[in-house]
Unconditional design. Structure first.
Length: 314
């Protein structure tokens, strides 16, 4: 897949999955060439909309490549465009500006990925949530929104997005079902690779800048220790830094992971002070030239290789 052709979509609510009307060429919701106009909030939503929608959709991403999704700001024009989209695919709780814009735009055809799978609160079990930190990436209920980093949960989201596209454009429902099945199959294979590749490791603990990997850690029996919280820009307290140094020694951790879109300063400082190596573990919130892969599947396989190396996979 050529990701340069991808243009993400914004949100669809669970209600929209149950009752979307077909869009017509003469009204809003369709492009000039008759394709379904889909808005994706950021890359994980764009990837699903592109792959499942195929040639029947025109997908535009609200988050430009290289922009940290948590910090996205939208223009009035972008907000207004949501109300005209045939479908908006988003994930409530990770981009406050998008959640606000959807409410303001009155967009009726939306699907919220957070409503398509069960969310959990990883805030207290991975070491973040320190006094004074703000977790802009958390939902109102405190749930971790990073479901796309668990292939199993992402497959559940894919199935919901597929149903929403079928409701929005019933004329091409058969193609959407076929494409959804293909995505789910690929994610199932990816899950198998992670399960096998991380089954036997020297340590189960990994340290990462951004506490985005709670679902992945839970799925494969690992322990995530975040330097910052769910919010990648949050600064850790001195006590947290000391705690991570102790954890690294106790659990035989030799690598601190940083990422492509957020600052790597804290991770590299911790690694230097503790005598650890550094590597990239990509939360896949966007694809850039620095990404170790051209799409979701390729970057996730790069993440698997990085984890295997850091954890001493056998």
């Amino acid at each position: 897949m050529n990701v340069r052709r991808l243009i993400p979509a914004a949100a669809l609510s669970a209600a929209a999955v149950l009752g979307l009307s077909a869009c017509s060429d003469s009204g809003t919701g369709a492009t000039k060439d008759g394709k379904l106009d889909v808005v994706a909030s950021f890359y994980p939503m764009q990837y699903l909309a592109e792959r499942i929608g195929g040639d029947h959709v025109s997908v535009r991403n609200l988050t430009k490549p290289g922009v940290e999704p948590h910090d996205l700001e939208l223009s009035p024009r972008q907000t207004a465009s949501l109300g005209k989209a045939g479908l908006v695919v988003y994930l409530k709780g990770i981009q406050p500006a998008v959640d606000k814009a959807i409410a303001q735009s009155g967009a009726g055809h939306t699907v919220d990925a957070a409503g398509l799978t069960k969310l959990e609160d990883h805030g207290t079990e991975v070491g973040h949530g320190h006094e004074g930190e703000e977790h802009h990436g958390e939902s109102e209920a405190g749930a971790d929104p990073h479901v796309w980093l668990d292939p199993v949960k992402y497959a559940e989201v894919a199935q919901g997005v597929g149903k929403a596209l079928q409701k929005a454009d019933p004329d091409h429902a058969a193609d959407y079902r076929k494409n959804t099945d293909a995505v789910v199959k690929d994610l199932g294979a990816l899950n198998g690779k992670f399960a096998a590749g991380l089954k036997n490791t020297a340590t189960k603990t990994f340290i990462t800048t951004h506490s985005a990997f709670g679902y992945l850690a839970e799925r494969y029996g690992l322990t995530q220790e975040g330097i910052a919280g769910i919010d990648p820009e949050a600064e850790p307290s001195p006590a947290r830094v000391r705690e991570l140094q102790s954890i690294a020694k106790k659990d035989h951790v030799d690598t601190v992971f940083f990422e492509t879109l957020a600052s790597d300063k804290t991770a590299k400082t911790l690694a230097k002070d503790t005598g650890l190596k550094t590597d990239v573990l990509d939360p896949l919130e966007g694809i850039t030239k620095k990404s170790k892969g051209e799409d979701y599947l390729q970057v996730m396989e790069s993440n698997l290789a990085a984890l295997q190396k850091a954890l001493g996979a056998k």
